[in-house]
Design a protein around this ligand. Structure first.
Ligand SMILES: *Cc1c(COP(=O)(O)O)cnc(C)c1O
Length: 431
């Protein structure tokens, strides 16, 4: 499979090139030249397939010869070493729980897959790769954890000193092995600037292989299509249409679902569920894309004002607005509505929603026609990750998964650096 850049459809890149580069040199996003249609037998057998088996069968079309089949199979087995259960919340409404991975958020899936692809390429090239990750707290831990213990790859995380939560800091600084954390005396923007400057620094790039692991990497997007197949297999619904609601920020998770539909998965429609950062719901409403500065909400992993995967959504539909609104419905909700539904669903069904999943549930309920449809919403984070918010709403203690508790007990290991590039460069050269 070849890939082009959303800014230039003439150039061709292999999967390997696209994964290593992350972003095309013209700043476009990589996109497959053709989306394969999967055969009938694959769909018939879905209810009996594991998520790793599904992942392998889908991925091989996109990876081609760049990773051999036995290695790709091994990668899929390793990535999905945790369950992704489809849980019934009420009649006709199911939660796809994507938060049982090591950092309790759906980003584990993409991060684990991408890291193992990069490791496979590092081995092929016999060269060590260094990943630089700037984080404001949450994504960094999923990405870094995805690389933990992965051969041929080391990770340097930069985070703003004193500006991440206690649990986030523990997650970032206690991994050890091939993961190092730098506490930058500055803001998240300073961290990001250091990483960008490093990628542009000729001297550094001659001496080492630097790679980014940001959310637009095709190897993070692709595995986010796998669990839609798995969910429909588990649902095994023959008589009603399926509608899926995706709580969204950068729209990578939703784009994964759109890819699955293009491959032939019978999802009738999607709901793009947002918080007050409602750029995409607004676009669906009136056809104009107007990025804005983000505003803060309780579903803060979705506080995005310029969604990075929008270009890929446009690519899938050739920018045809009427086709898009056929497949994707928009919805957005305030923090008050989000809290209210968390309380309601807990009292009614004893199911604890996290603030992101709650937005997904609300979006689903807005469009679900229970007579002819069955609905799935994606639960993207464990409620314990947003413990204070959830507990203040449902008035009950939320139990924290054991591995998160253990992480709180570990000794923090980080190094403080200034926000000036020379310090960072020295660190990289002397490390
Ligand atoms: C990143 C994230 C989202 C948004 O996913 P996108 O793919 O960026 O749309 C939703 N919920 C949680 C918990 C997240 O971490």
């Amino acid at each position: 499979m070849n890939y082009y850049s959303t800014n230039n459809k003439e150039l061709r890149y292999s999967f390997k090139e696209a994964v290593i580069k992350g972003l095309s040199p013209d700043k476009g996003l990589f996109f497959p030249v053709a989306i394969p249609k999967l055969d009938e037998q694959f769909f018939r057998e879905l209810p009996w397939k594991s998520i790793a088996e599904i992942g392998f069968e889908v991925a091989k079309h996109f990876v081609g010869d760049d990773i051999n089949e036995s290695d790709l199979k091994k990668i899929c087995d390793e990535v999905f070493n945790f369950p992704i259960p489809l849980v019934k919340v009420e009649e006709g409404v199911y939660s796809l729980e994507l938060f049982h991975g090591p950092t309790c958020a759906f980003k584990d899936v993409g991060a684990r897959f991408m890291s193992r692809c990069l490791s496979a390429f590092a081995k092929q090239n016999k060269e060590e790769v260094r990943i630089l990750v700037a984080t404001s707290g949450d994504t960094g831990s999923a990405v870094a954890n995805g690389f933990l213990g992965v051969e041929g790859v080391s990770v340097i995380i930069l985070y703003p000193k004193g500006k991440v939560s206690k649990i986030q800091e523990q997650q970032l600084t206690t991994m050890g092995q091939n993961i190092k954390a730098l506490e930058v005396e500055g803001t998240f923007d300073d961290c990001q600037a250091l990483v960008k400057t490093a990628f542009a620094d000729k001297d550094l790039n001659q001496k080492m292989n630097l790679t980014s692991a940001n959310s637009i990497n095709i190897a993070r997007l692709l595995p986010q299509s796998f669990y839609y197949f798995y969910a429909l297999g588990q649902l095994n619904e023959k008589s009603r249409e399926v509608i899926v609601s995706v709580p969204s920020g950068n729209y990578g998770n939703l784009t994964g679902g759109l890819l699955a539909k293009q491959m032939g998965l019978p999802i009738e429609s999607f709901v793009a569920s947002a918080n007050r950062n409602k750029i995409v719901p607004d676009y669906l409403d009136h056809g104009k894309y107007e990025p804005k500065a983000s505003v803060q909400t309780i579903s803060n992993a979705m506080d995005v004002g310029a969604p990075s995967n929008f270009a890929r959504m446009m690519e899938i539909y050739q920018e045809n607005h009427s086709d898009i609104i056929e497949d994707i419905k928009g919805a957005w909700f305030s923090d008050d509505e989000t809290k209210e539904v968390m309380k309601d669903v807990y009292e009614r069904e004893a199911y604890i929603l996290d603030p992101h999943g709650a937005v997904g549930y609300l979006g689903l309920k807005k469009y679900l026609n229970k007579e002819k449809q069955v609905g799935i919403f994606l639960e993207t984070a464990h409620p314990a990750k947003f413990k204070e918010t959830v507990e203040s709403v449902i008035k009950k203690e939320v139990s924290v998964p054991k591995y998160l508790l253990e992480c709180l007990k570990k000794k923090k290991n980080s190094r403080v650096i200034s926000k000036y590039f020379d310090d960072f460069k020295n660190f990289l050269l002397n490390e």
